[in-house]
Ligand binder design. Structure first.
Ligand code: ZN
Length: 224
C-alpha cells in the first residue's frame, strides 16, 4: 500500500520500485490523500477542474505501473490535518487491504517540506502502529469485521536518513513515463534538461551501489 499526499508524489517517490513489485506478482494499491487542487500556477485554472484533471493523471500513471487500485480520499490540498478521523480512515484501509508493506512520505524531513507530506507520513505511521494492530483501538471497526492487522515493513521516501535503496535502473524509463502522466504538474518542466536532472537525482541515490539508478528510502521493520 502506497499512501501519497498528492497525486504525483508517489511517482517521484516510488514509481521505479512499484513496477518491479507488480512484475513479481505483488498487488500494489495507491491511497491518494488530497485532491491536489492547489497545484497550479495557471491563474485561470479552477480548483475543482484541477482536482478532476489530477485524478485522471493519477489513474493513468497507476495503470502504467500496474497498480491494481487507486483510492482517493479527496482531502483539501494544503488542508491535511492530523485528526482522529483521518487516522481512522487510514486504519480502516489498512485493516481492509491488509498490506505487508506500507510506503509513504517521511514525516521527519526538516524545514522545507510540504505540510501535507509531513502530516501524511505522521498519520500513516501512527495508523500502522499501534492503531491498526490493537483490537481495542476501534471497537466499531471490529464490529464491521475489520480485524486488527500487523504491517511488517514501512518505506519512507524523501528521507534525510535513507537506509534502504532500490535498484530502478531497469524501470527508470517507466518512472519517467508515469511522471509524464501528471501533465498539469510536469508540462512547465518537461524538457531534456528535466529528464537529465531526474536521472542525476536518482543516480545520486545509487551512490556506492553497483547499479546506476536508485530510489532511496528510510526502511523500518516492525517486529512487535
Ligand atoms: Zn506533494
Amino acid at each position: 500500500m502506497v499512501v501519497t499526499p498528492h497525486p504525483d508524489d508517489a511517482e517521484y517517490g516510488v514509481a521505479g520500485t512499484v513496477p518491479r513489485w507488480t512484475r513479481e506478482g505483488k498487488q500494489v494499491i495507491y491511497v491518494v490523500c488530497t485532491n491536489g487542487d492547489k497545484g497550479t500556477s495557471d491563474v485561470n485554472m479552477k480548483p475543482e477542474q484541477l482536482a478532476e484533471i489530477r485524478e485522471k493523471e493519477q489513474m493513468a500513471a497507476a495503470k502504467l505501473l500496474g497498480v491494481g487500485e487507486v483510492i482517493f480520499l479527496r482531502h483539501p490540498d494544503q488542508g491535511l490535518e492530523d485528526t482522529p478521523s483521518f487516522r481512522k480512515q487510514v486504519v480502516r484501509l489498512i485493516r481492509l487491504y491488509r498490506p505487508e508493506m506500507v510506503v509513504t512520505s517521511d514525516p521527519y524531513r526538516r524545514y522545507i517540506w510540504h505540510r501535507d507530506h509531513r502530516i501524511t507520513g505522521q498519520v500513516v505511521l501512527d495508523a500502522v502502529f499501534p492503531y491498526s494492530r490493537d483490537h481495542l483501538a476501534y471497537p466499531d471497526l471490529l464490529k464491521e469485521g475489520l480485524q486488527p492487522h500487523r504491517v511488517h515493513e514501512m518505506l519512507f521516501w524523501g528521507s534525510e536518513e535513507p537506509n534502504y535503496r532500490s535498484d530502478i535502473t531497469e524501470t527508470f524509463d517507466l518512472k519517467i513515463s508515469a511522471l509524464r502522466c501528471h501533465k498539469s504538474q510536469i508540462e512547465p518542466l518537461d524538457s531534456p534538461q528535466w529528464e537529465a536532472w531526474l536521472r542525476q537525482r536518482y543516480r545520486a541515490m545509487a551512490e556506492g551501489e553497483d547499479y546506476e539508478l536508485a530510489e532511496a528510502f528510510h526502511r523500518v521493520e516492525i517486529s512487535w
